[in-house]
Design a protein around this ligand. Structure first.
Ligand SMILES: Nc1ncnc2c1ncn2[C@@H]1O[C@H](COP(=O)(O)OP(=O)(O)OP(=O)(O)O)[C@@H](O)[C@H]1O
Ligand SMILES: [Mg+2]
Length: 580
């Protein structure tokens, strides 16, 4: 919590301090009240002085109103500080999540990141608001009441000195046990939100396969686990109030009992006993609130550490040292993309890719073919540095990718990922990611090359037609073509297509390949595909098998030398097509 406050509180420090100060005034008023009431009883009522009673009564009313005024200001400031800080934290988290690489995001898990940006930030917000409104109030009321009581009568005050440590002990035990549970609850909330998310994303498949019951059961189990932990915490906290109230009420009884003797003996007035009981009640009430505060702060600090965990993560894929613009004047002879013994291992021990070497000259096409899970997507993700190679090196236009800034690298390399993803907005907003200032002409050119111009023309609004969340208002093949067009905007030097034509019919796929080959900027192209037809025209074809290179060469060379390639060809093409 401390780290988070140090980082995000400073802009709001003035307001936080002012809010707390206003609260302090209110506390002082609250502490004065029992004294005034005592005075009223002893000298006003006792002395039959009606005007004194009225005067003091009026004073109480004025104090109450002024107190409310200060409370109002505190509430307003507390809301401003906590909402402002919450917004800042959320923005910082979102920026950080965007800065993190795929590997870091894999490690946290997307649902957990979502919970952190939403629920955890809310918990912190609540803690901050309570901190300003309550932190000063209740502990000070409790302490102030004890001091005031001791000032009235030391011996009767001993009751406080016995009750307070007893209550402290109860707290210590209950809190010690609930704090770990609060952390557990946040973790279980992650699971619930993960299942919700998976269920919603896969809702069509789940329906199609009649898996609703299974999913319902999975969700019920996770939410029961979360509920059980919450109930366990609830049980513990439920102990708190009755036991503290019991102790405090014994205290009140002791005061009334001992007070009666002392009033009889004349060493204490009735008003003072009343004040004592009032202070005791204030202590009682404040301890309840303090308990609440402890719960809120515990939750808040569990959330704060989950937030800091994200903010403190150094992105594994970081900018290299070379300045932007390094790649601008690369001569023609330099390879567009070169792998030298490159490989990558995800979490486990088995590498998903290893020992891959090839060199793709500028303006040429490299086809990559291999069965599912053979490492094709892993290979292409090393080019744009979604991940960093764990062995060997990867270079683009003669520079190691890890030496380049991510901005420079991604300006030069355009990737069409395997899963076409569009964001809600318009066609234009989705196409201009690589170049926010792209002209209509440039966008249409990209759409034409990607074979997407005809259906965009038919959409009402053309380039400004709406795109729903996830591109849900487009077909799978249309989404793919839009993501291809997006990659072509902004003159990339290397275009990577990861199985991006899988949803296109053969004729459209063929037209797309032809258009790509005759792009004016002549970018180098890496085409990943399961279809031989999509790669057989490439200058080089790389055959992947279980993460290793099974062959590299032209279609004809591979037919001669690579058994796996020949097998794939024969399974997909007629003999005369293979020969052609
Ligand atoms: N994020 C990940 N975390 C852990 N393992 C992964 C991850 N992504 C892929 N893998 C594993 O790495 C291997 C290669 O996966 P990859 O996605 O590169 O295959 P692919 O050739 O693209 O398959 P497909 O043709 O189905 O797209 C697979 O065994 C897969 O299980
Ligand atoms: Mg893949």
């Amino acid at each position: 919590m401390g780290d988070l406050l140090r980082r995000f509180l400073p802009p709001y420090r003035k307001k936080a301090v002012l809010g707390t100060a206003c609260k302090a005034v209110e506390v002082i008023f609250d502490l004065l009240t029992p004294m005034i009431v005592a005075h009223m009883i002893d000298d006003g009522v006792g002395g039959r002085n009606m005007s004194l009673v009225m005067g003091l009564g009026l004073l109480l009313v004025v104090l109450a109103f002024v107190g409310y005024g200060f409370t109002f200001v505190t509430q307003k400031l507390a809301a401003e500080v906590s909402q402002g800080m919450g917004t800042d934290i959320r923005n910082a988290l979102y920026r950080q999540v965007n800065a993190l690489g795929a590997a870091d995001v894999d490690e946290f898990g997307t649902p957990s990141l979502v919970t952190r940006v939403t629920n955890d930030v809310n918990q912190v917000q609540v803690s901050v608001a309570y901190g300003i409104r309550m932190l000063i109030r209740w502990p000070f009321i409790a302490l102030g009441s004890i001091v005031a009581a001791l000032l009235i009568d030391i011996r009767l005050g001993l009751v406080f000195l016995v009750c307070t440590p007893a209550i402290g002990a109860v707290f210590f035990v209950v809190m010690g046990r609930s704090i770990p549970l609060f952390r557990a609850i946040q973790g279980k909330l992650d699971v619930v939100s993960r299942i919700t998310r998976e269920g919603l994303e896969g809702i069509r498949v789940i329906r199609a396969f009649g898996r609703e019951d299974h999913e319902d059961a999975r969700f019920a189990h996770a939410s029961r686990e979360q509920a059980d932990t919450s109930v366990a915490v609830g049980r513990l906290s439920a102990l708190l109030n009755p036991s503290t109230f019991l102790i405090m009420n014994f205290g009140v009884v002791a005061i009334l009992w001992a007070g009666a003797y002392r009033v009889n003996a004349g060493s204490l007035t009735q008003g003072e006993v009343m004040a004592f009981v009032n202070y005791m009640t204030q202590v009682l009430v404040s301890i309840g609130y303090v308990a609440n505060l402890v719960v809120i702060f515990t939750r808040g600090s569990a959330s704060a550490s989950r937030i800091m965990e994200v903010l403190d993560t150094e992105p594994r894929v970081a900018d290299g040292a070379l300045p932007d613009g390094t790649l601008a004047g690369t001569p023609q002879g330099v390879a567009a993309v070169a792998f030298d013994g490159a490989g990558f291992t995800y979490g486990g021990t088995m590498p998903a890719l290893s020992g891959v070497s090839f060199s793709l000259p500028q303006g040429e096409v490299l086809g990559i073919i291999g069965g599912t899970g053979s490492g094709k997507s892993t290979l292409v993700s090393l080019v744009s540095r979604l991940y960093d190679a764990s062995e060997g090196t990867v270079s683009v236009l003669g520079q190691r990718v890890s030496d380049l800034s991510l901005k420079e690298l991604r300006r030069v390399v355009a990737v069409v990922p395997q899963r076409a993803s569009l964001l809600s907005g318009t066609i234009r907003s989705n196409l201009s990611w690589r170049n926010p200032n792209a002209t209509d002409e440039e966008l249409w050119r990209a759409l034409e090359c990607a074979q997407a111009d005809d259906f965009v023309r038919e959409k009402e609004g053309g380039l400004d037609a709406a795109v729903d969340i996830g591109g849900a208002n487009f077909s799978g093949g249309q989404r793919q073509r839009l993501t291809i067009a997006r990659a072509l905007v902004g003159d990339p030097r290397v275009v990577v297509l990861d199985d991006s034509a899988s949803a296109l019919d053969y004729a459209t796929d063929a037209r797309l390949r032809k258009a790509l080959a005759s792009l004016p900027g002549r970018p180098a192209i890496i085409v990943v595909s399961q279809r031989v037809a999509a790669v057989m025209g490439a200058q080089q074809i790389l055959v992947l098998d279980h993460g290793r290179m099974a062959g590299l060469g032209t279609h004809d060379e591979l037919l001669e030398s690579c058994d796996l390639y020949r097998e794939i060809c024969l399974s997909q093409l007629r003999p005369e097509e293979v020969a052609a």
